[in-house]
Design a protein around this ligand. Structure first.
Ligand code: ATP
Ligand code: MG
Length: 368
């Protein structure tokens, strides 16, 4: 049901460490791309480690209610090492984890794209045309919070991996839909969904592959491909341009998406979207980077690219071209800035975060 709204409610949580810096950059860029606050209404809520320190709760009920009701959730970063619950776990990380499970954000989408002007450790041959998406199943697999079966004793410990038919079908379906939305992004114009697993060793992942194959029957226009996760790490270094959409189990997705990020400028350049049937949660792939917090030198591009993903997701979901066109302008501004060498410290430059944000806003002001 595509139904544009006049105005969309965005729940904003700035978070900890560099969270407020990169989040502020994302908000400024969205406002510049959409000509102010007319289309998106940003409301700020608290969660994370600082919130826990100040109020005794890391994820207040009011923040959860607002996130659940909002059209989308936009986040900086959460967590401060040493700010822990009495059991020693990091209080700040609860926000993202609880959102993921309580809102059933089953699809974790991590685009891997090498922008012009950004260097890559890959060979010249391999680095051309890196533009793929990793779709990580976000609620089960070897991080199966709902699986139980964990055992920790003095002499042995174990975890249980859970793959369900329903959980696999919905994420694989999402992979094919993403490939359609990308509309033949490969250089030869083809569409391809690669199922990344370990079907030769683990029964649960042989099942993942089988279910994926069944789902693929509904998408005859898209090529189906399989890769074992160990081989995948080699392919992503040697022939990344082969890939369009890669869909995989939770833990494998966690690992290969960090590998992918490292080939395109690192965590500071990598956006994330966590999507469910109703809610979407958008942030950069990096954490709160407490070592550089408050210095004004954080790389804001990952969060800004995540803002573009949010505009795209909202625009596509509601059939609202104002948003998808806004996303297009944000990406064009990012490409322009990077090409002109406006690079932060982690990319080898010396541009401060606010100079990058101003540059992006200036470019957007003449585009809108
Ligand atoms: P998390 O546990 O949330 O994944 P982490 O402990 O893996 O976080 P990050 O906070 O992601 O670690 O960052 C690791 C290091 O990378 C930081 O200490 C920082 O030096 C660098 N870094 C991360 N994000 C950025 C950024 N946006 N700009 C510049 N440097 C960054
Ligand atoms: Mg980490």
């Amino acid at each position: 049901a595509k139904n544009p709204k006049n105005r969309y409610e965005i729940a904003v949580v700035q978070g900890d460490g560099i969270g407020p810096e990169v989040c502020g950059a994302g908000l400024a860029v969205m406002r510049a791309a959409l000509g102010g606050d007319g289309i998106l209404n940003f409301s700020e809520y608290r969660a994370g480690a600082n919130c826990y320190r100040d109020t005794g709760t890391a994820f207040p009920a009011a923040t959860y209610d607002a996130c659940k009701a909002a059209d989308a959730i936009f986040h900086g970063a959460a967590g401060i090492p040493g700010v822990t619950y009495p059991d020693g776990t990091e209080a700040g990380l609860d926000f993202g984890l609880q959102l993921r499970f309580r809102l059933d954000l089953f699809a974790n989408i991590r685009p891997v794209k090498l922008h012009p002007g950004v260097s890559s450790p890959l060979s010249d041959a391999a680095r051309t045309g890196i533009d793929y998406v990793i779709l990580r199943e976000n609620t089960e697999g070897f991080y199966a919070a709902r699986g139980g079966g964990n055992l920790v004793r003095d002499d042995i410990a174990s975890d249980t991996g859970i793959i369900t038919r329903a959980g696999t079908e919905r994420v694989v379906r999402k992979a094919f839909e993403l490939s359609r939305l990308r509309n033949g992004a490969l250089r030869d114009g083809r569409r391809r969904v690669t199922v990344c697993d370990k079907a030769n060793v683990l029964r649960s992942l042989a099942f993942f592959r089988k279910v994926a194959q069944e789902v693929a029957n509904d998408y005859p226009d898209i090529e189906l491909d399989f890769a074992l996760v160990d081989a995948m790490t080699v392919h992503l270094v040697r022939k990344p341009d082969f890939y369009d959409v890669i869909v995989t189990e939770n833990m494998f997705g966690d690992i290969i998406s960090d590998l992918g990020a490292a080939t395109v400028g690192g965590m500071g350049m990598s956006p994330t979207a966590e999507i469910g049937d109703r809610n979407g949660f958008f942030q950069a792939a990096h954490g709160s980077a407490p070592d550089i917090a408050g210095q004004g030198i954080a790389n804001p591009y990952g969060t800004i690219l995540s803002a573009a993903m949010m505009l795209d997701w909202l625009g596509d979901r509601h059939g609202d071209a104002r948003l998808t066109e806004g996303a297009e302008r944000v990406r064009a501004a990012v490409a322009g800035c990077l090409t002109d060498g406006n690079l932060p410290g982690d990319l080898g430059g010396n541009a401060r975060s606010d100079r990058i944000t101003e540059d992006l806003c200036d470019r957007l002001a003449v585009m809108a």
